[in-house]
Design a protein around this ligand. Structure first.
Ligand code: DOR
Ligand code: ZN
Length: 421
């Protein structure tokens, strides 16, 4: 089976039409006017092509919370967002903490649409923060990283030990000191005061980011800080990278787009952990992306049901359904605003996360996997969660006008999603 994508442009070659031929799942040729008798043809005239996006932080909820999302619906959402590979977090029920559970995720993924699902396994058994999982066995089964994401790993001794025996896997750290954040819902500051609620202070994230940076330095293990949300966390990573420490990090569209003020208008739709912060933090996160301190843009796709999100702010679960808006928001907020080049934005959603996860570098080159996203960087549209394939309609971006639209998603040469092409 072969697929010929015709007349696309690329960020490297924006002035000239290029064809991409994918044969047996692999890109076999890239160039002008390729000939491929019998191939399925996708006309990409007027569109930009890039390697399929890799979102290294999503929650697909299966097993245990299928009413929020299944691996199948999550993969559909990914395809609509131009995402061809996802790293799936372990906070399911049961937790992904054994080789058998990793295999189960891979088996379910095999029945989905063809998006590549990369399981993340827990650092501690049951994410209980007491006993380490078996990194080597989990890696052998197919885990690409270890993480207790959703539940901060409070015990520093255990974190240190985890880094020493991670078997080369990165540890994706949810940095929030549990004692400092307690059961609160919003950033500690102006908005928590206005709402009369206790808050999650920025320093709760920063002390743990600092702890994990120091442990990465001391052990040589790979710390990857999840969903960076504060200016000082960005600065910690910047300094530790300068020292040559094995540390990487990511952020999400909501942290470079929204501030804590969004809670006042959007209530639980803007409730997320770590919480939305201040204007200064938001700008520092964007600057961290622009100067390469922050490696990856991820969604932390965290679907919840409408009933759950309708609860009062203090009780509603945290999280944002992000897969179907991430590219558009990144393009709007970072590229069209002039903060980053198109190539920088795409690198943060493709080659950089691949590097963090020690995966082959995605590229539109012969020999690379046939994963491609086709998009119009300039097309304007309005976010409508009613159109999401995800079961989670929980987004603070409903009604937002964005610039940049996915028109085609191809994984292993198979067309998973097309819009007006
Ligand atoms: O807001 C969040 N939701 N942050 C997390 O770390 C976990 C996630 C979830 O699983 O819902
Ligand atoms: Zn998460």
């Amino acid at each position: 089976m072969s697929l010929l994508i015709r007349r696309v442009r690329t960020p490297e070659n924006p002035e000239q039409d290029t064809d991409i031929l994918i044969e047996d799942g692999t890109i076999s040729a890239v160039g002008a006017d390729l000939d491929a008798p019998g191939a399925q043809v996708l006309d990409g005239t007027g569109l930009m092509a890039a390697p399929g996006l890799l979102d290294m932080h999503v929650h697909f909820r299966e097993p245990g919370f299928e009413y929020k999302e299944t691996i199948e619906t999550g993969c559909e959402a990914a395809a609509r967002g131009g995402v061809t590979a996802v790293a799936c977090m372990a906070n399911t029920d049961p937790v992904i903490d054994t080789p058998e559970m990793v295999e189960l995720v891979l088996e379910k993924a095999g029945n989905a649409n063809g998006v590549h699902v990369l399981p993340v396994a827990a650092v501690t058994c049951g994410q209980k923060g007491k006993e380490l999982t078996d990194a080597a066995a989990l890696r052998e089964a197919g885990a690409v990283a270890l993480s207790d994401d959703g539940v901060p790993l409070q015990n520093a001794a255990l974190m240190r030990q985890a880094l020493l025996q991670s078997d080369g896997l990165p540890i994706l750290c949810h940095c929030e000191d549990a004692d400092m954040v307690g059961d609160t819902a919003v950033n500690e500051g102006k908005v928590s005061e206005k709402l009369g609620m206790p808050g999650r202070p920025a320093v709760a994230e920063e002390v743990m980011a600092m702890r994990d940076a120091m442990l990465a330095e001391e052990t040589g293990g790979h710390v990857h800080i999840c969903h960076v949300s504060t200016a000082r966390t960005v600065e910690i990573v910047r300094q530790y990278k300068k020292k040559g420490v094995n540390i990487t990090c990511e952020t999400c569209p909501h942290y470079f787009t929204l501030t804590e003020e969004a809670l006042l208008e959007l209530d639980s739709m803007a409730k997320v952990n770590p919480p939305l912060r201040t204007e200064e933090d938001m700008r520092a996160v964007a600057a961290g992306l622009a100067d390469g301190t922050i490696d990856a843009i991820v969604t932390d796709h965290a679907p919840h049901s409408a009933e759950e999100k309708a609860k009062p702010l203090a009780e509603a679960p945290s999280g944002i359904s992000g897969l179907e808006t991430s590219l558009a928001i990144a393009l709007t907020e970072l590229y069209h605003s002039g903060i980053m080049t198109l190539k920088q934005v795409l690198d943060a959603m493709t080659v950089n996360p691949a590097r963090v996860l020690n995966l082959p570098e995605p590229a539109l080159k012969a020999g690379c996997r046939g994963d491609v996203v086709l998009f119009d960087p300039d097309e304007e549209w309005t976010v409508d969660p009613g159109e999401f394939a995800s079961k989670g309609k929980n987004t603070p971006f409903a009604g937002l006008e964005v610039k940049g639209r996915v028109h085609g998603t191809v994984a292993d040469g198979k067309v998973l999603y097309r819009y007006k092409i």
